[in-house]
Design a protein around this ligand. Structure first.
Ligand code: NI
Length: 138
């Protein structure tokens, strides 16, 4: 069983009230769980500034009728094959496609892949969801 640590935090009343209102809205039952999530979020953010393996998901929205876009996106993904765990293609409507690419690798390389995919002409929107392998946080 993991050891629990208790600590007190002194903050401005106004800030505390705002935090309480926000976590209530988000559905947290108490401050501890909200603070644990904030700490995890911060640690994951720091992981992406480090040199250890991270996990994420790249989403791409594009019109598949755009000239050569599929070839370009495929070429880039093949040149980063060591980072790609899986990908899913969803036909949203007659024109638009959603592609979700699950990635795992060094932060700098994953960001490089995401940047290259985003920069392809015809990509309407792209995001990189920065997550964690889960090994460095509890
Ligand atoms: Ni499609």
């Amino acid at each position: 069983m993991r050891e629990l640590v208790r600590f007190g935090v002194s903050i401005d009343k106004g800030l505390s009230d705002k935090f309480d209102a926000l976590i209530k809205k988000k559905g947290y039952s108490n401050r501890s769980e909200a603070i644990r999530d904030l700490i995890r979020e911060y640690l994951v953010k720091k992981e992406w500034e480090g040199e250890d393996e991270v996990v994420g998901a790249i989403t791409l929205i594009y019109d598949h009728h755009r000239r050569e876009i599929l070839d370009k996106l495929t070429d880039i993904q093949h040149s980063f094959i060591h980072l790609i765990v899986s990908s899913q293609h969803v036909h949203l409507d007659h024109h638009n496609c959603l592609e979700i690419v699950a990635v795992k690798g060094l932060p700098k390389s994953v960001c490089d892949l995401a940047d290259k995919l985003k920069a392809v002409k015809g990509v309407k929107h792209s995001t990189l969801s920065m997550s964690t392998t889960g090994k460095q946080i509890v």
